[in-house]
Design a protein around this ligand. Structure first.
Ligand code: ZN
Length: 276
């Protein structure tokens, strides 16, 4: 009996050891194109060093000691992730950069569109007044647009403007007129705040845009992808940390928002050969 128990216990110990090794391996070995959750969290934290204190266990600890759950362990479909994401969900889709930018977005591929409302409010301002108080007017080809000063968003937008101004004149019709930046509002058809609420997004000329809702799309069921915005313009926004709504299945091609951490994760994935 004693011998049998010893064998059982030894077997169990081996199993636990194997499981441990496998779990450890999954967080340290990077497959081609993949960036581990720990790496994504480190990049996120590095971009907001004053606002994110640390990654501790299953929590992102913010500067005010509030804790956001990294992985709530719930299985969610895409719509549920959009509605009630944990931090892992917000980083689950890697924004494609450089040579990873091939083809049109796959069904429900919306990198950057899954956002943590709590984190966004912590970064940019929890209320309309708090967010508005962080903004200043930026000159946009003769008109004024409001941009948040948080994390250099306003300065990044000025760099985009200066680079756009150096493109050949034929491109100017796409961006000189804008449909605006700051607008404290929820995303159409949802109760979630748009990034425009924080003065960290800009819509360029509405005349040349394609938007899944206007194309009579339904969430999760969008008509054929369309875009008229030239790559030269998109490249400039991305170079300075803005993600583009034209890379989303739920496409919104006039929309750019400042998410430099997602661009950084995308660049790392590109170096590794692109996520599949
Ligand atoms: Zn927009």
């Amino acid at each position: 009996m004693y011998k049998l128990w010893r064998t059982v216990i030894a077997g169990m110990a081996l199993m636990v050891a194997t499981m441990g090794a496998t779990m450890g391996a999954s967080s340290t070995i990077s497959h081609a194109g993949s960036v581990s959750l720990q790496e994504k969290l480190a990049i996120l934290k590095d971009h907001y060093p004053k606002l994110i204190k640390q990654v501790r266990g299953n929590h992102l600890v913010l500067s005010n000691d509030a804790k956001l759950v990294i992985d709530d362990g719930k299985k969610k479909n895409h719509q549920a992730k959009l509605k009630n994401p944990d931090i892992e969900d917000t980083l689950s889709q890697v924004y494609p950069m450089g040579r990873c930018q091939v083809g049109t977005p796959a069904v429900n591929f919306d990198p950057g569109r899954i956002r943590s409302d709590a984190l966004m409010r912590h970064i940019f301002g929890a209320t309309k007044n708090a967010a508005r108080g962080q903004m200043r007017a930026v000159n946009w080809f003769g008109s004024k647009v409001l941009a948040t000063k948080r994390h250099g968003t306003d300065k990044a937008l000025e760099k985009v403007r200066d680079a756009l101004g150096k493109l050949p004149k034929k491109f100017s019709k796409f961006y000189r007129k804008t449909a605006g930046t700051f607008n404290w509002r929820v995303i159409a058809g949802t109760t979630r705040l748009s990034v425009h609420s924080f003065g960290a997004a800009i819509d360029i000329n509405i005349k040349y845009t394609d938007y899944w809702r206007w194309a009579k799309g339904k969430p999760g069921n969008v008509p054929r992808y369309k875009n008229k915005i030239p790559k030269e313009i998109v490249d400039i926004f991305e170079r300075y940390g803005f993600v583009w709504g034209g890379r989303w299945y739920h496409f919104d091609t006039m929309h750019f928002e400042y998410r430099p951490e997602l661009i950084a994760i995308g660049r790392l994935a590109e170096k590794r050969g692109c996520a599949t």
